[in-house]
Design a protein around this ligand. Structure first.
Ligand SMILES: Cc1cc2nc3c(=O)[nH]c(=O)nc-3n(C[C@H](O)[C@H](O)[C@H](O)COP(=O)(O)O)c2cc1C
Length: 182
């Protein structure tokens, strides 16, 4: 007779065993439309240097995803390792129209958009959606970075690796004077 584990295999088994081996930055994705503001803990990667573009993958059921679809824009805040508690908080839904206010997440804004970013983070990027496509159980958004602020004095990024939060180690080379731009 088949065991419960065989008849109901964990659909996240491959994600837990394999995808969790990919070290990645922890970011907060921000979105706004009308009177609503939301955010979600997530990750990102760049997908173009010129123009600067990045990708995020969001659950179709989240409020953040809906607001990105409605507004065509989002922010990405790269979290510092002192901001782990914000990552934990933003990883859950919150009541009310404004998740930033509900969770008391400090924000920075730009004059051209309603989309907030997270104050105190390593970098804040505001993006316009250039491409959207379903990818398995997520929606992939490719955004062009149209504005950004960078805090050069903060470089200890919060990481996610093997289903844990981690902080960065020390660098193992000098900054490259030329060559690959990142
Ligand atoms: C470490 C971590 C990483 C996450 N990465 C993602 C992600 O890449 N995409 C996503 O849709 N949700 C991700 N989540 C879950 C969302 O943050 C979570 O569903 C959030 O509650 C969505 O908020 P909303 O419904 O208010 O938009 C992540 C959560 C954690 C804790």
């Amino acid at each position: 007779m088949a065991t419960a584990a065989e008849t109901h295999p964990d659909p996240y088994a491959a994600a837990k065993q394999v995808l969790s081996q990919i070290p990645h930055p922890v970011v907060i994705v921000g979105a706004a439309h009308g009177d609503e503001r939301s955010c979600a803990t997530a990750t990102t990667m760049y997908v173009s240097h010129v123009p600067p573009m990045l990708a995020i993958a969001e659950h179709p059921g989240s409020r953040t995803t809906r607001l990105i679809q409605e507004s065509g824009e989002f922010s990405v805040s790269i979290l510092h390792d002192a901001q782990q508690e914000l990552a934990v908080q933003a990883g859950h839904s919150a009541p009310g129209a404004d998740k930033f206010a509900a969770l008391k997440i400090p924000i920075v804004t730009q004059s051209f958009t309603k989309v907030p970013a997270v104050a105190g983070s390593i970098a804040q990027m505001w993006c316009k959606v250039r491409d959207t496509r379903p990818t398995g159980d997520h929606v992939l958004f490719v955004g062009e970075v149209v504005a950004a602020t960078v805090n050069d004095r903060k470089f200890d990024a919060l990481l996610r690796y093997r289903r844990r939060y981690m902080r960065m180690g020390h660098w193992t080379s000098e900054e490259a004077p030329e060559g690959y731009p990142t």
